[in-house]
Design a protein around this ligand. Structure first.
Ligand SMILES: Cc1ncc(C[n+]2csc(CCOP(=O)(O)OP(=O)(O)O)c2C)c(N)n1
Length: 318
């Protein structure tokens, strides 16, 4: 694991009454392009860390590979900048072995919905407590403009220069279809108050909280959400006391829909592609089975585990 410029373990002995400020979380200077939506997500995450006073030495950011996956470098928490598509299994391993840590996952749309799609589906089902964000700019950004599963149909890229052939995969629709998924939300980097409130709700969820963040890449997909950026009425906010409510947005975003996030059938209807882009908590059910809790209910010591492993290996020895 890489640590920020100051090893967070040095703070571990500090008394827990300390008040943590933004400077306790800020890592290296972000090297994303000017105008990249990832900056806005980083700001919202830093706000969350301060608001929740999360101890840097007990917080881990795990990422794959991509522009968005540079995230852990920019925070002074623990971090793991891993392998393309493999952030979720790494994060799952961390949370299973160190349940006291707060785990965040940052993925790009290629990372999560393409090469990492198998892990994504099972992470949703295993429902291990963590916040998993996909920063969805609808393109492979780092490798400079290849079609990803979420690229809008017709959008030209280096791999499909005459326009992306197929309709895009909708991460919300897909996540809502996975058995035992327990928290599915959508927000946008250009609505910072909503982004912050959604991440906060995700952090407080007891289970695997999946958050899709609509994000602009200023270089390759600057325009894909432009209509929603310019015309607030294109966005519809899903509001509910069990979801996300941001009163200060109500003047700008007049289109709102009360949606009870426990209603999965309705959530699936609302996720269907249409004229509106919906932001909010589509689904939330904290009573769903959690693999981490079930597994911890039957703990085994290291000696017991080694004995089981030995027995298994002996069974195959000639
Ligand atoms: C196993 C593997 N395959 C392919 C790559 C090349 N690669 C690096 S980043 C990337 C795509 C990044 O796009 P995305 O995940 O959408 O994130 P973004 O850069 O847009 O934030 C690819 C294909 C790699 N590093 N490793």
């Amino acid at each position: 694991m890489s640590a920020g410029p100051v090893c967070p373990i040095l703070c571990a002995g500090a008394d827990d009454d300390r008040a943590l400020a933004l400077s306790d979380y800020e890592g290296a200077t972000a090297r994303w392009c000017p105008g990249c939506g990832d900056h806005s997500v980083l700001t919202a995450v830093e706000r969350l860390l301060v608001a929740e006073q999360l101890a840097p030495e007990r917080t881990v950011f795990v990422s794959g590979i991509g522009c968005s996956s540079r995230f852990p470098h920019y925070l002074k928490t623990y971090g793991f900048h891993g392998i393309h598509g493999r952030a979720l299994p790494v994060a799952t391993g961390i949370k299973l072995q160190r349940p006291e840590l707060t785990v965040f996952v940052v993925m790009g749309d290629g990372d999560c919905t393409s090469i990492g799609a198998g892990h994504w589906m099972h992470a949703l089902r295993y429902n291990v407590k963590m916040v998993a964000m996909v920063l969805d700019n609808g393109i492979y950004g780092l490798t400079k403009n290849q079609t990803s599963p979420t690229t809008p149909q017709g959008h030209p890229s280096n791999t499909q220069p005459r326009g992306t052939y197929l309709p895009p995969l909708d991460p919300i629709e897909l996540a809502l279809g996975v058995t035992n998924a327990s928290f599915v939300a959508q927000t946008a980097e250009w609505v910072p108050a909503h982004l912050f409130a959604t991440l906060r709700a995700a952090y407080h969820h007891d289970g695997f909280a999946f958050v899709r963040v609509l994000q602009r890449c200023p270089k390759y997909t600057a325009d894909i959400y432009q209509i929603a950026v310019q015309r607030p009425e294109v966005l519809e906010l899903l509001v509910h006391d069990d979801g996300v409510v941001v009163p200060e947005l109500e003047r700008t975003y007049t289109r709102r829909l009360v949606h009870d996030p426990r209603d999965l059938a309705r959530a699936r209807e609302l996720a269907m592609p249409g004229e509106r882009i919906r932001l909010g908590v589509f689904f939330r059910d904290a009573s769903r089975d959690r693999y981490d809790l079930i597994r911890r209910a039957t703990p085994r010591t290291t000696t017991e585990r080694l004995a089981l492993l030995d027995a298994e290996l002996d069974a195959h020895a000639v």
